[in-house]
Design a protein around this ligand. Sequence first.
Ligand code: SF4
Length: 203
Amino acid sequence: MIRSHTYLDFFPYPTFRMKQQEIIEQIENAARLRKNILLSAPNGTGKTIIVLSALIPVALEQKLKIVYMCRTHAQSDRVIKELKKIYNSSSLKSSKVSGISIRGRGEMCLHHKLLGSKMNPIEAMSICKTLRSEKDCTHYRNLENITEGFKESESVSFSYPVNGEELIKFCKEKRYCPYFLSKLLLKEVSIIVCNFQWLFNLD
Ligand code: SF4
């Protein structure tokens, strides 16, 4: 396969830290060969940017998505921050380097019945379902209308990476449901940043 891009197109800093370039090349090569690779390195190595700049060219070339799993929101935000640096510095500046960090329904819901209620996810899911079926959630209906029944996302998509908080802020202004918007955007973004639990609990 012809390589259209390499990590050099996506690495946003003027210089590499010690060993960074070597590790990026190893990860990029392993990904191209669909091999697993494990990186363990101390703080300050620049692991986030290593992984992103190694995998983005492969993902774009092979039309794959990157699912970046973290433990905390702060870690997810750091990934989006690095992605923004890539987006702003990439010579290929385009919507292809797009990404979102997503959160659970309990944290994204803007309906007054669930907002800040700290309900367990199953209860929140059940209430959300009832509100939607009774057409009692304005945020859901607004999103449904603007996206023509969740069939198109152009009017609500971002061409740049956004974190969970930015997505919620945008939805507050527009009165859309952030949770269902994030689900809709999963189809089109190249990089999805989320908590480990999403691997086991898809709701
Ligand atoms: S549709 Fe969205 S805003 Fe409405 S209740 Fe469900 S999660 Fe909350």
